[in-house]
Design a protein around this ligand. Structure first.
Ligand SMILES: NC(=O)c1ccc[n+]([C@@H]2O[C@H](COP(=O)([O-])OP(=O)(O)OC[C@H]3O[C@@H](n4cnc5c(N)ncnc54)[C@H](O)[C@@H]3O)[C@@H](O)[C@H]2O)c1
Length: 355
């Protein structure tokens, strides 16, 4: 590290989310410099370099890893590349942030876990940004303070706006997303583990494609539901979808022995109510960049601070492995129509931090 108070970052992936991370890393994260960007699309690299003043641009990821000015690699490429790119970045000596999901298969997720564990002096963080959203953090603190007693059931809605479907179909045709549960519900599956404080044991998942039947040809579902049995007789109900007419609907309910707590019951865009000939209208957030703008910033701040302070961040590789195990079990149950036992690898006890 040249200047030990500034973390020099190389970002791979300049798509829907990568571009937002690029702007955050370039302008909004203290003690951070966006030194390099990489994408297989040269035009994206040139545009990001020109607009954000990034000195180095690459169309080949391994070329970027040879840049000695970098301290850390930020991965926002399609999910099927995450594991390989994480392993290569760790082997080259970098701190690594990776977008979710950690991996699409258990074998690769476990391989990455080994790689992270064998580089204990390098920071690794996974992008479960909802753990940095202020409402989700507030709910966690309330639960820890006993506000609803012992949490026993979690109910989650994770619905993408229908208007994003054409873009998603394009993405899903060229990149394997892992399907509705590993790609979309994974945030809720991680939150369930975080709030309930236990791991999943078995799952039954169903789904279908009723409006965009092309999704069925991609072996994916437009709308799906999973019922999950967690340890200690705790429960989870997850609804995921990509055809939400009113916008981006992210809602979470946690039922405890003494009360219930809800986050985002009505997924409002802001505090404005429009009263006109339609009645009283509260508009809805239209996508993840809008709803979780602050969380994407705060997770990147946490990553950079963890590097500067020489500690590991709150979201760890084990969270990635266990949520992939649960997401994969949901996918398997959806594919086979059967109740599926979650493959929870041993040696993962103690993975419930208190962040
Ligand atoms: N945390 C969240 O809320 C959230 C939201 C959206 C996406 N994601 C995750 O972020 C990742 C990217 O999603 P997206 O929607 O931005 O995808 P995208 O398709 O819009 O962008 C992918 C980017 O990666 C580049 N790319 C593809 N293959 C590459 C390779 N081999 N080497 C280098 N660059 C390559 C593409 O050119 C593009 O710039 C996915 O893993 C997705 O699951 C997370």
């Amino acid at each position: 590290m040249g200047d030990n108070r500034v973390v020099s970052v190389g970002l791979v992936g300049l798509g829907r989310l990568g571009r937002q991370h690029a702007e955050n890393l370039a302008y909004r994260i203290p003690n951070c410099r966006l030194t390099a960007v990489c994408s297989i699309k040269a035009e994206e690299v040139e545009e990001a370099q020109a607009q954000l003043g990034v000195p180095y641009g690459y169309t080949d990821y391994e070329d970027m890893l040879r840049n000695k000015e970098l301290d850390a690699i930020f991965i926002a490429s399609p999910s099927s590349y995450h594991c390989d790119q994480i392993e290569k970045a760790l082997a080259a000596g970098f701190h690594v942030f990776s977008e979710k999901p950690l991996g699409l298969y258990m074998e690769e997720a476990l391989r990455v876990q080994e790689a992270v564990r064998s580089h204990p002096n390098q920071v690794f963080m996974l992008g479960f940004m909802r753990r940095y959203d202020r409402s989700y953090v507030y709910a966690k603190r309330k639960i820890e303070a006993g506000a609803i007693g012992e949490p026993v059931l979690i109910r989650c809605y994770g619905l993408d706006p229908a208007q994003a479907m054409p873009g998603f179909l394009q993405f899903a045709k060229s990149n394997y997303s892992g399907g509705l549960f590993l790609d979309m519900a994974i945030h809720d599956l991680d939150l369930a583990r975080w709030y309930l404080g236990v791991e999943a044991e078995r799952v039954w998942a169903i789904g279908g494609s009723h409006r965009y039947t092309e999704l069925a040809q991609l072996q994916d579902a437009e709308t799906g539901a999973a019922l999950v049995q967690f340890a200690g007789n705790k429960m989870g109900v997850f609804v995921a979808g990509r055809n939400c007419a009113h916008g981006y609907h992210i809602e979470t309910e946690i039922i405890g022995t003494l009360g219930t707590l809800r986050i985002g019951t009505v997924p409002e865009k802001n505090q404005v109510a429009i009263m006109d000939d339609r009645g009283v209208v509260r508009e809805c957030a239209q996508g993840f960049l809008e709803r979780f703008e602050q969380a994407y910033l705060d997770e990147a701040i946490e990553f950079v601070e963890a590097i500067l302070e020489g500690r590991q961040p709150g979201v760890r590789v084990e969270d990635g492995v266990l949520s992939t195990a649960l997401g994969y079990a949901c996918k398997e149950s959806y594919d086979t129509g059967r109740l599926v036992e979650v493959c929870a690898p041993a040696a993962l006890s103690g993975s419930h931090d208190t962040r």
